[in-house]
Design a protein around this ligand. Sequence first.
Ligand SMILES: *Cc1c(COP(=O)(O)O)cnc(C)c1O
Length: 436
Amino acid sequence: MNATWREDPALRDVLAAAETCWINPQMKSFAAVADGLPVKPEEVDDAADRLDRFAPLLRRLFPETEGDCGRIESPLRELPVLREKLSWRERVPAGRLFLKLDSELAVAGSVKARGGIYEVLKHTEELALEAGLLRPDGEYADLAGQRDFFAKYTVQVGSTGNLGLSIGIMAAALGYRVVVHMSADARQWKKDLLRQKGVDVREYDGDYGKAVEQGRALSDADPMSYFVDDEHSKNLFLGYAVAARRLAEQLAAQNVTVDDGHPLFVTVPCGVGGAPGGVAYGLKLLYGDNVHVFFAEPVQCPCMLLGLATGEKDGVCVQDAGLTGVTEADGLAVARPSKLVCDVMEHTLSGEFTVADGQLYDDLRALNAAEKLFIEPSACAAFAGYRGLAQFPAAQSYLKARGLAGKMENASHILWATGGRLVPPLMRKEYLAKRL
Ligand SMILES: *Cc1c(COP(=O)(O)O)cnc(C)c1O
């Protein structure tokens, strides 16, 4: 491996596990790179249509989706009180502040409800069409009564927790046999919840990559088993990408303009990259260069940052950089990024912010006190993008170089809250009291 990146001054703080802002030197105009990307806009349309076809089934299986007619969607909430409180204490960027509450998503309580559920549904559609259980224009809701059919099939996934919850809950509801391979970082309550749903949860001592590897091998050996491959799955990616078009309606409803004079800044917590990558791609399709997407990762686990900054993509892991990969942000505890997502983000990501674990809990508490909202620690990484934009010289240079510094009064900031609803009351208390 070419290791001259170790001398790169832009990576000095990353290697020292200090909070930092990394601006992507390879970022290009979206119009110039869109055609060369390994995903196409039509594929996102196709995913959105498929989710619409399945809405009646979701409505039948999960009454909580009734209000949204079987759509799994989350609100966009403005945070005026928190914005004001933060601005008393520290420098924050001008513009309105919003939280995208994927933490409240139905069924799985995290952003994984988008990608994970989508992939299970896509697999289900293929099986059902092939077996003649379903006609293309047929009643998707009737699949709720085919448990005996789906029980012959297994769905497996490797997970740090939330992907397992999403795949496990959805697949078990249809009647599949489900095996979730959990990494050592996975929280106990997530394993307990899955076992209650009848899911076979296997635990591994190793990290996330190990859990995925084991799951993939076991699934590949079984012709009746389907493996949801978080490290390579385009289906997961497409499920996440659908988020953007629904967000566009919500922004319009809150009188948020996104154009050349009104920049939109979005920060999404990143693990292997699928969720933030899909969201980012969907947003770029809608808003092009007027949306500036940043990812946020823990200081000890910035795998996507390293993959992109070194150009090694999935050829580098955080341990190669002398980092531990250990973090309180269980959903982000992934040591090696997805190659697919690196390929998509190489020229489309604006940059990254890293965050120390202690900051996650401080922001969790501040959000709860100001807005009465609860999100899980991993989701709090998004706050690093908000304060970071105003506080890091590299971020300030990014704004100046693009002529954005004078437009910030018209800017909007969206922090993507990636999970939280299913956190049990006792764990919430513990998180809210935690200081590192
Ligand atoms: C999975 C997850 C992420 C990141 O998604 P990736 O696809 O792994 O990058 C962020 N936050 C939470 C809470 C998650 O569960």
